[in-house]
Design a protein around this ligand. Sequence first.
Ligand code: ADP
Ligand code: MG
Length: 387
Amino acid sequence: MKEKVLQKFKELYGSAEGVSVYFAPGRVNMIGEHTDYNGGHVFPCALTIGTYMAVKKRADKKLRFYSLNFEDLGVLESSIEGIEPEKSAEWTNYPKGVMWAFAGRGFVMDCGLDVVVSGNIPAGSGLSSSASLEVVTGYMLREQFGFDVSNVDIALIGQYSENNFNGMNCGIMDQFASAMGKKDNAIFLNTADLSYEYAPLVLDGARILIANSNVKHKLVDSKYNERRNECETALRELQEAVAIHTLGDLTEEQFETYKSAIHDETRRKRAKHAVYENQRTIRAVEALKQKDIALFGKLMNDSHISLRDDYEVSCEEIDVLVEEAWKIDGVIGSRITGGGFGGCTVSIVKEEAVNAFIERVGAAYTEKTGKKADFYVVDIGDGPSVL
Ligand code: ADP
Ligand code: MG
């Protein structure tokens, strides 16, 4: 990939001399879904796939961007000065949003940049190609301009720009997982205060298998924002009855005691998911520490059921992938991962069952939906780096 972006850089901008190449990973969340904006815990890990960015400073203020994933858009030009979101800027609104967010914090970028990007994350599939693009941009800016920011700052700036520049009200999980990734570890992150702990994902001869449904239903972003609003309203209603800051403050028992304060059945289900999923995540990490992979897998399955029935962010295609996976011997756990309404599932599968999984889930998926799924056995990698 490094050679590929350098080659393209040379082809487009004349020379690859003095060009630096950076990388930031995508992520998969093992458990703790839709909890990151509810003050709950998440348990994601960075992948070895991600976004590569070749960069060189320019003598003027011009920005030139090219992505090998959007070749038909060609080189997109703009300026480092007066950055604002524009539809015509297409995907460059992500890196430009990060530059805008840095500028807003008083960091000075005194020249423009030539940039080539290439990613090997299936885009829009819920493995956070957008966060990895934001994090690689933030990391690159720190290295190029010597900004004094930590990796956590880079994650926060990425989230801020996605929220305020790109209009996607995402939580902190994706950027945090990308910026703070650690090989062979998942990150047990408390989104209420950003305290975190690395936990080795020792799977005892099992692999992490991602199945991409290759569907992305319309309204994903608006549904996502709708869920956020439902949870915020439910929280306000609960606060009439009990002193809490976030839904993550409640145990299941407390939720059952106070849930009648929520005046709407749908909102009650949404809040129930947020509370139960948070507790499930805490329990899952404990199970992993006790080397109880079977319990970890069961909690993943319960997570799926809750996301399907209470949070209602699954869809027919994803349910087929998960329910077919559950039928296979050697599947320890399987669930939807990411924002939902399509995208991917994540499963823990015994090494010897991986081929059967791909064959049988793949065939059943096509038979039941008429669509084709893609499968990836993934490894857990480190956070951003200079290559
Ligand atoms: P996800 O983050 O789940 O992959 P999103 O819809 O949030 O899906 O983000 C996908 C968008 O991020 C793409 O449509 C594109 O605008 C941008 N993006 C991600 N990777 C790249 C890349 N390698 N080159 C250009 N744009 C990218
Ligand atoms: Mg995204």
